[in-house]
Ligand binder design. Structure first.
Ligand code: SF4
Length: 275
């Protein structure tokens, strides 16, 4: 005899539920979250609550978190849950000069969710950092950027063809977003991942460094406060394997100290603070 469970929802009730859910996503009261962690001295100043949002439009060859790519694989999370967590850590943020970082994946795939979180932080004086490739920068409206204390702008390459090879996408939206940030007076930390044989070409680095130096001239003060050159490492390899994805950098070694020094120098000769 079949077990007697609750009756299935009627088609009309199911449709109403779907509409309400989509409305909540559009308004930013529901988001797809991969994970979160409390970190110090990375992803911005002080101790930070870093929330990794699910979903990304890029497919970087060196991605350490390919498990964040699919927005459907995240946990649907009410924004109130994140805001509650932020309030709990407010004392820690205040005593360490820290705050909240939204990372991913790509947080600007869910701009309304980001806007809700950052507006909450801004109203409480909590520092906010947006870790983004800038590819979807056009989705961030001015009010979201007003509530953003710092943008961690990941510039993955300076030459359009190398950018495309590295990420599968176009470089132009990131460059446009960076210029907009500098013109608005947003603080920026640039991040550049140095991958031997992929992003390390002298001309590619010159293109990144020239662009970053041009942002300084657009801004009124120091738009770009620092450039972080991040050496490629193999820590993400096992995730690619677990997901059954062909990992393109299987044989790639981390950059040598000499290569790191050359690239750092390419930024520093342009008057940029790089480390
Ligand atoms: S932008 Fe970040 S999350 Fe997206 S593919 Fe690149 S490294 Fe991975």
């Amino acid at each position: 005899m079949p077990s007697l469970g609750p009756p299935p929802p009627s088609p009309a009730a199911g449709a109403a539920e779907r509409t309400a859910r989509l409305q909540a996503i559009r308004e930013g009261s529901l988001g797809s979250v991969h994970s979160w962690e409390l970190v110090t001295a990375v992803d911005g100043p002080g101790t930070r609550l870093t929330v990794f949002l699910a979903g990304c439009a890029l497919r970087c060859q060196y991605c350490q978190n390919p498990d964040t790519w699919n927005i459907r694989h995240g946990q649907e999370t009410p924004v109130a849950e994140i805001l509650h967590r932020i309030d709990r850590y407010q004392g820690v943020f205040a005593s360490t000069g820290g705050g909240v970082t939204l990372s991913g994946g790509e947080p600007l795939l869910q701009p309304a969710f980001v806007a809700r979180i950052f507006a909450h932080c801004a109203a409480r004086g909590v520092h906010t950092a947006l870790d983004t490739s800038g590819f979807l920068g056009a989705r961030a409206d001015d009010s979201l950027l007003d509530d953003t204390s710092l943008v961690l702008l990941d510039i993955k390459s300076g030459l359009a063809d190398v950018y495309h090879r590295t990420t599968g996408r176009d470089l132009a939206p990131t460059l446009q977003f960076g210029r907009r940030l500098a013109q608005r007076g947003n603080d920026i930390w640039v991040r550049f991942v140095l991958v031997p044989g992929l992003t390390d070409g002298e001309e590619n680095v010159v293109a990144v460094a020239d662009y970053v130096a041009s942002l300084q001239r657009l801004g009124t003060g120091d738009a770009v406060q620092r450039v972080e050159v991040l050496p490629f490492h193999q820590l993400g390899r096992s995730k690619w394997h677990e997901l059954g994805q062909a990992y393109p950098l299987e044989q790639t070694a981390p950059p040598s100290q000499a290569l790191m020094d050359r690239v750092l120098q390419q930024f520093r000769v342009r008057g940029l603070t790089a480390f």
